[in-house]
Design a protein around this ligand. Structure first.
Ligand SMILES: [Zn+2]
Length: 250
């Protein structure tokens, strides 16, 4: 299975815009991250083209993709306050498992749409894909002219890329997690919308994450019957003794 990605607009058509960003550029950046994370399971179709205006959802595309799924990436724009993402499929088709998983993901990541899966019969590429029997859906990721949506998709681009891939059964591959911090402490963003909690994680050292996902820091903890000490950088300390009261025996 390979996921083929079409980036909306382009070739001189910027699509919608907001906050100094354009739809054509943002969806191309997203597709690039999908390729980086999905590797050989992802093929981004020619981003120099405007697949709608140039009529490229045709028999040649069907020949290329066969039965593999195709997703076309877009961003919405409205009045600045509308927000949320959804999936659009042809009115004559019923949603498959990929469509449903994608709609579940995007509506959770970018809530605000009344319907997460919409059927339409008046979008050219949907109709062209349906006529060719191409396994196709159009993804409106979120609203580019909504500040919150726009800032989220830019800040969480890897997570969104990984979320879209997961809807097609493609794993994170090389997705890289990142340490993040808020006023309660450090936590580890897996890069796919999840984070470790109630478990050990080995990175450059061992770290313990509590039930809320915060890393143990500057403390001693009894975990599964054994005491462990954690430094100010959250690393598990290996060169200290802990007495039976849980105090560091420095
Ligand atoms: Zn668009």
């Amino acid at each position: 299975m390979k996921l083929y990605v079409i980036c909306g607009h382009g070739n001189g058509d910027p699509g919608s815009s907001g906050g100094g960003e354009t739809e054509s550029d943002l969806v191309r950046r997203l597709a690039k991250r999908m390729k980086a994370l999905g590797g050989a399971s992802v093929e981004v179709l020619d981003t120099s083209k405007n697949w709608y205006a140039q009529g490229l959802v045709n028999s040649a595309l069907k020949k290329k993709v066969g039965r593999n799924p195709v997703v076309e990436l877009h961003l919405d724009a409205a009045n600045g306050s509308a927000r949320g993402g959804h999936v659009i499929i042809d009115a004559d088709l019923s949603a498959d498992a990929n469509d449903k998983a994608l709609a579940d993901y995007i509506s959770k990541k970018f809530p605000g749409r009344s319907e997460k899966l919409v059927k339409r019969n008046n979008l050219a590429n949907l109709n062209r894909a349906q006529a060719q029997g191409i396994n196709y859906r159009l993804l409106e990721c979120c609203f580019i002219d909504n500040k919150g949506d726009r800032e989220t998709i830019i800040a969480d681009m890897d997570e969104v890329a990984a979320g879209i891939l997961a809807a097609f059964g493609i794993g994170r591959g090389k997705a890289v997690g990142k340490w993040k911090r808020n006023d309660r402490g450090w936590w580890y963003d897996n890069g796919d919308g999840t984070w470790p909690k109630n478990r050990w994680l080995k990175l450059d050292a061992w770290y313990w994450f509590d039930s809320n996902g915060y890393a143990a820091q500057s403390c001693c903890l009894k975990i599964a019957g054994k005491w462990y000490a954690f430094g100010p950088d959250c690393r598990m300390l290996t060169s200290v003794e802990v007495n039976k009261n849980g105090d560091l025996a420095l």
